[in-house]
Ligand binder design. Structure first.
Ligand code: SF4
Ligand code: SF4
Length: 123
């Protein structure tokens, strides 16, 4: 029987030392959503790393993660990678990497490699 992925909303995937990159379109989308200018978004919430623009890290997690409620403050417009994570082909590269990712995502605890293959294969 096919298992469905259920996000436990733990916020672990919003933690770390860096975030996904933002495209120019995404920068416009997020600044519109927050009703601020691009420049304000970039100065308050973003950091430039070489040729990439990322969201800032604050207290060990993405600046848009609301720790108390464990929610993303920009949920409707969050980057695509955040929206689809962890159901991305990259986690199936090899079984060893899959196990590492699985251990960092409670939504995957009860799923195995083949369960995820079936889900991603259907997309
Ligand atoms: S780590 Fe997994 S279960 Fe936790 S919020 Fe991210 S996707 Fe959901
Ligand atoms: S944009 Fe939202 S979902 Fe993505 S890392 Fe930041 S807080 Fe998490």
């Amino acid at each position: 029987m096919k298992k469905n992925f259920v996000c436990k909303q733990c916020g672990f995937c919003c933690e770390g030392e860096s975030t996904v990159s933002l495209t120019q379109e995404k920068i416009d989308e997020i600044s519109n959503y927050l009703c601020i200018s691009r420049d304000e978004l970039l100065s308050r919430f973003c950091v430039i790393k070489k040729n990439r623009i990322e969201m800032k890290i604050q207290n060990g997690h993405c600046i848009f993660f609301e720790e108390n409620k464990k929610i993303c403050k920009i949920h409707p417009v969050k980057p695509t990678h955040c929206r689809i994570w962890p159901l991305h082909k990259s986690i199936l590269k090899d079984k060893e990497s899959f196990e590492i990712i699985k251990n960092s995502c409670p939504g995957l605890y009860e799923m195995n490699y083949n369960d995820i293959c079936k889900i991603i294969g259907d997309k």
